[in-house]
Each structure stands twice: as structure tokens, then as C-alpha cells.
Design a protein around this ligand. Structure first.
Ligand code: PLP
Length: 428
């Protein structure tokens, strides 16, 4: 098979007819597949069911410092949960506040507090004429939705192979005091699977922002979500908190993580890691917001896993379920699209997504055609602020939920739609 660009007009037209025929056949099958969100599959959720047996009505629900977890109190988390979440993030327990069931609402809350009450005593953002934010793209749609909701102007920064374009980040934050933050998913990023290089982390930690209240929002959502068992096939990143400390910027980062994709999304444990200064300021607000989060769930997680090694072992069980799913998609794309040379895709070592780039101006059409054939993908454009992919070429593939067999079918649909949309564009 030749690359499409080397085909004559007649050959392209012939190929288009063939693919349209294949598309008709697919549509006739009445397929119904949802690959829109990075949800764990039911087989992954089964992995954590034993955690529900950790407690019964006779259980002793005391934390290691003797606190009765059934009662009010311990606003920032029981000590053993702090230790577990610190180990998950690669930081120290004294830097951690354990929150509730998910990390996205910690991020929302952090932006919201900065908007209404400022950052450690600085002017609340709501009183400023303009607040801006850096958004490495493609990125996580829900991050962009948070900053959009507060009317924050989002600036796209290209995500390169080793992290965000740091020349651009350094230049922008050092010149513009309206820039108050940056969204980062430093490991196995959503949707590209990119992990930041040591140099990127060090440059990020050493930023010299014009705004004293600039913060790095370090969403380490996939810090332990490897797809492979052997270390050679696992990405590692530097600990941002200690890098910020070393660079003389101890307060510049908020790190977020949760066990949503370790145990149960929506019923996990989430945490924030940051400097002592930041923790003090945040706790002042927290005392108004809550008397404490779900400590029984914190204790249940720790009793179940015992320590970080227990978590790591558990993550390998997830990897065993996820790996064949990623491989099913990648194998199909390699087989059917490589020669045609009309798309590129990532082959990540962890995380939950494959990022699929098609010919400029084709992504929306492909996603729509897939939908009409019974397969829902994340909306085209969702991986960019305001839902606007300036080149209309990025599609996020979330292979975690369907079975490997369904993923082969799903890939066939995506491939046929990609071929049709590309040829039509070329013939246009
Ligand atoms: N951060 C990233 C980068 C994600 O991809 C997701 C979920 O897909 C989340 C956060 C959500 O995390 P949580 O369930 O802890 O709110």
C-alpha cells in the first residue's frame, strides 16, 4: 500500500469508494461503543472489590494515632493516609492534605479560593482586570473547563515530547503578571501519554514569574499508572516539590493526586501536596468549609494496601487489564494506517489515553462519522481550551472501558472514518 499522498486522483477515488462501502457495512451492524471518557473497565473495578471486605460492623476504626475515624475531626487527613498519598506522589507526609473522594474538586476549589480570597494574602483574582492561564495542548478538557468557568483567559502552549514548550512558558510567565497558573499533567499526560523530562521539571521549578501568586497546578493523576511491569518501560519524573524548594520557589506548586483509577472513581481518596506556607493558608479556609473528610474511606484504603508496595502491586493488576486494550488499538492503527501515512498516534507507557492526530481540518468530521456509525469518542476540540482545536486535528482515544475485542471493532470504525475524511479532504 502506498502513502495516500503518492496515489493518483483516480486511485484515491477508487479507495474512497472502497472505504465508503466498508463504512456502510459497519453502520449496518448497529454497533454501540463508548470511548469518550477514561473510565476503568468493569474488570478493573473488580480488582478492588476485596477492599469492601476490609471493614464490617465489628471493625476497630481507629487510626494509628488512636483517633476514632467514625467521628468528626482530623480535617487534613489521618496520618497513615497522608503517608500513603505522599508515597504515591513521591513527597513527604508533612506536605500533604488528604481531601475527599476526587482530585478534580481540589483543583476547582484551589482556583475558586484564589479567585475569591487570593493566594496566601495576595489580591483576590476577582478584583483583577484580567487573569490568564497557560494550557499545554492537547490537554485535559476538565482542567480547561475549570479555568473557563472563572473567566480566566487561557493561552495554548504546545506540549512537546518532553513536556510543555518551556521557552514559551518562561518567556510568558516572566513578562506577564496576569498569568497566575499553568495546568500540568506531568506523567502519562492526558491525552498524549507524555512524561516531562528532568530538564522540563527543573525549568518549571525554576520559573521566575512576574506574578508572586503564580502557581503550577501539577496534576499527577497518572503518577503510578504504568502499563508495563519492567522499570525500563516505565517513565519516572522528578519530584516537583523538592525541585521547587531547591530552586528557591517552595510555594510555587500545588500537586494533586487521587486513587480514582487505583480503586474506585468517585469513591477514592484524593490529596494535595504543597509547601508548609501554602498548607497553613489553605487550612484556614478549610476550617470554614469542613470538619473533615471521609476518614473511614481513608483508613479502608490504607488497611487494604498496607503501604505503597501494596498499591504498586495492585497497579500491575490494572496494567495487565489495560495493556491488551492499548495494544489492540495500536496494532490496528499500525496495520491499517501506517502505510497510508495519514495520521500519527502515541504509544504511551502508561495513563489512560492514546492521542490520535489526523490531517488538519478532519478531526470533527471523523468524530461525527464515528458517532453515526455507533461509536462515541471524546468531542473533537475537547483537548483544547474553549473546545477549539485550531487545526481541527486531535482526537482522544480512551481505550480503557471496552473489551479488547470491542476495541478491534472500534479501531476499524476509526480507521475507515479517518480514511474517508482524509481522501475527501485531499480531493476537495
Ligand atoms: N486529572 C486528570 C489528568 C484526569 O485525566 C482525570 C480523569 O480522567 C482526573 C484528573 C480526575 O481525577 P479525580 O477522579 O481524582 O477527580
Amino acid at each position: 500500500m502506498l502513502a495516500y499522498r503518492d496515489l493518483t486522483k483516480e486511485q484515491l477515488e477508487e479507495e474512497l469508494l472502497k472505504q465508503k462501502e466498508a463504512y456502510k457495512e459497519i453502520c449496518a451492524k448497529n454497533i454501540s461503543l463508548d470511548m469518550s471518557r477514561g473510565k476503568p473497565g468493569p474488570d478493573q473495578l473488580d480488582l478492588s472489590m476485596d477492599m469492601l471486605d476490609v471493614f464490617n460492623s465489628k471493625s476497630e476504626l481507629k487510626s494509628e494515632n488512636g483517633f476514632d475515624c467514625r467521628n468528626y475531626g482530623v480535617m487534613d487527613g489521618i496520618p497513615e493516609a497522608k503517608k500513603l498519598m505522599a508515597d504515591i506522589m513521591g513527597t513527604k507526609p508533612e506536605n500533604v492534605i488528604v481531601y475527599g473522594n476526587a482530585s478534580l474538586n481540589i483543583m476547582y476549589d484551589t482556583v475558586s479560593r484564589s479567585y475569591t480570597h487570593g493566594v496566601n494574602g495576595s489580591t483576590p483574582w476577582c478584583k483583577l482586570e484580567k487573569v490568564k492561564w497557560l494550557c499545554p495542548v492537547p490537554g485535559y478538557d476538565r482542567h480547561f473547563a475549570v479555568t473557563e468557568q472563572f473567566g480566566i483567559e487561557m493561552i495554548n502552549v504546545p506540549l512537546l515530547e518532553d513536556g510543555p514548550d518551556m521557552d514559551m512558558v518562561e518567556e510568558l510567565v516572566s513578562k506577564d503578571a496576569a498569568i497566575k497558573g499553568i495546568w500540568c499533567v506531568p506523567k502519562y499526560a492526558n491525552p498524549t501519554g507524555t512524561s516531562y523530562s528532568d530538564e522540563t521539571v527543573k525549568r518549571m521549578a525554576a520559573l521566575k514569574p512576574a506574578a508572586e501568586d503564580f502557581r503550577i497546578y501539577w496534576d499527577n493523576a497518572y503518577g503510578i499508572h504504568h502499563l508495563y511491569d519492567d522499570e525500563a518501560n516505565q517513565d519516572q519524573i522528578l519530584d516537583i516539590l523538592s525541585e521547587c524548594e531547591k530552586a528557591g520557589n517552595p510555594d510555587m506548586v500545588y500537586e494533586f493526586a487521587s486513587t480514582s483509577k487505583v480503586t474506585f472513581p468517585g469513591s477514592g481518596v484524593a490529596a494535595l501536596a504543597t509547601s508548609k506556607n501554602n498548607i497553613e493558608f489553605i487550612k484556614k479556609q478549610m476550617t470554614i468549609q469542613t470538619i473533615g473528610h471521609d476518614k473511614i474511606n481513608q483508613l479502608r484504603h490504607v488497611r487494604y494496601f498496607k503501604d505503597i508496595n501494596g498499591v504498586k502491586k495492585h497497579m500491575m493488576k490494572h496494567a495487565e487489564k489495560l495493556r491488551p486494550k492499548f495494544q489492540a488499538v495500536i496494532t490496528m492503527l499500525d496495520k491499517e494506517l501506517k502505510d497510508a501515512d495519514i495520521a500519527t498516534w502515541t504509544n504511551p507507557k502508561g495513563g489512560y489515553f492514546i492521542s490520535f492526530d489526523v490531517m488538519e481540518g478532519c478531526a470533527k468530521k471523523i468524530v461525527q462519522m464515528c458517532k453515526e456509525a455507533g461509536m462515541v469518542l471524546t468531542g473533537a476540540g475537547a483537548t483544547y481550551p474553549y473546545g477549539k482545536d485550531p487545526e481541527d486535528k486531535n482526537i482522544r482515544i480512551a481505550p480503557s472501558f471496552p473489551s479488547p475485542e470491542e476495541l478491534v471493532e472500534a479501531s476499524k470504525i476509526l480507521i475507515v472514518c479517518t480514511k474517508i475524511a482524509t481522501i475527501e479532504k485531499m480531493l476537495d
